[in-house]
Design a protein around this ligand. Structure first.
Ligand SMILES: Cc1ncc(COP(=O)(O)O)c(C=O)c1O
Length: 311
């Protein structure tokens, strides 16, 4: 690795911002756009590219030769890290939640199989041990055991990830300077925090960014989100914590139908874990009258389409 510059593996940047039409939008007098960040790459897709970009550059700069990270069996971040590691010349090591999978390769998800095919060395942790992944002792041990590895947190969310998400915010700002409301899905909160932190103030209007939590009891994320955003946010923001539909990875029949209807209406594929819930939350907010007439709404499609292979 002779350079620390990370060049995008993709040509399509900025990703398109596409206008969406629906009778309800007309009825409520709002204009709606979708930021097709799912089109940036088939695997290092959507927010994953933005979150990994500066982490890859830092790992090169520190002359690390491996990326080590954490995730569940269906994690988009695991899939993207394995692929990006191979593309940029790193080894990859994944610590996966669920030690029952260690002996049962036949039960591996599409995600785990693809990660392994891309060279990721998989280690399985019991659910109890997996919870230690952020503890100082556990991380210190990993740093000793894998001195050649850059350690990325679950979901790849850290300060460098937020910096990359800042570039996504800049794309949206350039494409639609008049935006007033922005919706995104929240897993760890890194993407949401990066958008809020880097959203420019508009002198014409108040701006709102809503993060739709896809997991239950998401308020535990708030201290970390506050820390990431810092005291300087120039936009209003809120974590919406009642649109998880039963919890992470749960997609009740009504939401499955909603997903299919929206995909057919706009010919835009949605992932089952993040963006279906984000879009559904937006519809429910719109119907409850939360959005003022004249709102210019951007929905961030953050990718995750590899999740459809598990359905
Ligand atoms: C497709 C997709 N969208 C959104 C998110 C949520 O991002 P974050 O973890 O930064 O909140 C994730 C997961 O990390 C994801 O895979």
């Amino acid at each position: 690795m002779d350079s620390t510059k990370i060049t995008a593996p993709i040509a399509k940047i900025p990703t398109p911002l596409v206008r969406l039409y629906h009778p309800l939008f007309e009825w409520h007098g709002v204009n709606v756009w979708i930021k097709r960040d799912d089109l940036n790459h088939p695997v290092i897709q959507g927010n994953k590219w933005h979150k990994l970009k500066y982490n890859l550059a830092a790992a090169k700069q520190q002359q690390k030769t491996a990326l080590l990270t954490f995730g569940g069996a269906y994690s988009n971040h695991i899939a993207a890290t394995a692929y990006a590691a191979q593309l940029y010349g790193f080894e990859s090591i994944g610590f996966i939640r669920g030690d029952e999978l260690a002996q049962q390769t036949d039960k591996w998800s599409h995600t785990l199989k693809a990660a392994a095919e891309n060279g990721m060395q998989l280690h399985f942790l019991s659910r109890q041990n997996y919870r230690l992944k952020q503890s100082a002792d556990f991380l210190a041990k990993l740093a000793t055991d894998f001195p050649h590895a850059a350690i990325l947190p679950e979901g790849g969310s850290n300060e460098l990830a937020l910096q990359g998400v800042g570039e996504l915010m800049a794309e949206i700002e350039a494409q639609l300077p008049a935006w007033t409301h922005l919706y995104c899905a929240v897993g760890t909160g890194g993407t949401f925090s990066g958008l809020v932190k880097h959203a420019p103030q508009s002198h014409a209007t108040e701006r709102h960014i809503y993060g739709v939590a896809v997991l239950a009891n998401a308020t535990y994320l708030l201290p970390q989100i506050h820390e990431w955003i810092g005291p300087q946010a120039t936009v209003q923001w809120q974590l919406l914590d009642n649109h998880h539909a039963g919890g992470y990875g749960k997609l009740p029949a009504a939401l499955q139908q909603f997903k299919q209807e929206m995909e057919a209406r706009w010919q835009i594929p949605l992932d089952p874990v993040y963006n279906t819930k984000m879009l559904h939350a937006f519809f429910s907010e719109l119907q409850s009258g939360r959005l003022p007439a004249g709102a210019e709404v951007v929905l961030l499609h953050s990718g995750g389409l590899q999740g459809n292979s598990q359905l």
